[in-house]
Ligand binder design. Sequence first.
Ligand code: ATP
Ligand code: FE2
Length: 320
Amino acid sequence: MYILGIESTAHTFGVGIVKDGEVIANQRDTLKPEKGGIIPREAAAHHYSLAPEILSKALNEAGLSLKEIDMFAFSQGPGILSPLKVGYQVAAFLGSKFGKKVVGVNHCIGHLEIARLATGLEDPVMLYVSGGNTQVITFQEGRYRVFGETQDIGIGNLIDKIGRRVGLSFPAGPKIEEYAKKGRKYIKMPYSIKGMDVSFSGLETFISRIIKNEKIEDIAYSLQETAFSMLIEASERAMAYCSKSSLVITGGVAANSRLNEMGERMCQQRGADFRRIPMEFSGDNGAMIAYAGYLMRDQRAKDIMPKPYFRTDSVDIGYR
Ligand code: ATP
Ligand code: FE2
């Protein structure tokens, strides 16, 4: 069975294909504005103009033609409405043209499921860290439950905002990571965690006050050490609370090697399992949507309109 998945919730347009649950294609293109953040209509225009190219690249990679696809999955939300509509329209069009089923997939569940597939960890605590989301999640009683989350902005969003202030273009994560490697001085920063919830606006305010007087390398280093420690502490608490013996990190920020190193070390100390996910699956991608669609292949037809505020814990996971 071939399932084609389309990702379009924000900056990235991606198409992935899975064959019986195995990823056989994963193509994407990310809008990278030279200045400022993502503007919804620009993201939608980017996705519309690149959709045919990314679609044919993915089909070529898989060695398939469109009529061989058995089901179309797309990212139904959460995300920004204008780019979300592109994935919805492409999937709905292809589904009706070829007479195939169309399923809407929760974007966050895509990040979670591709992490389980890529690491082979069956039932881990999952630290989901991206631009918009920062959540500590684990599976319980039929749903992915959010045990802790950011009370304000996502960690990726914090990093992108700080990056923008020092003139870095979106996404700033990889460049901040490079600067952090050269940082030598730890600047003490606000560390804000309550139970399994974290908050980053204090860090943002603090950094905006010192940004002119400190080196970007030291700021990047201290920002990563502080924010990532909060995330790993929250994850460890969730592991202890839920008696889980493994951790995965997923979402765009899971590309960061320092964050993975901290996760690895914490797990080693607890005698728990930790496995990194490959970069091609950390940021937004179509393969995760195709794979989550594969898991949901037997569910009854549901409303497929885009849902900008679609929550992870509102989805019944019938397949686990
Ligand atoms: P979501 O809808 O899941 O919140 P998203 O739209 O933020 O997704 P992702 O591709 O999952 O998209 O994540 C993008 C974020 O990941 C950006 O904020 C980017 O700066 C961050 N990021 C990418 N690479 C790194 C890195 N090496 N270190 C830190 N952050 C990174
Ligand atoms: Fe994402």
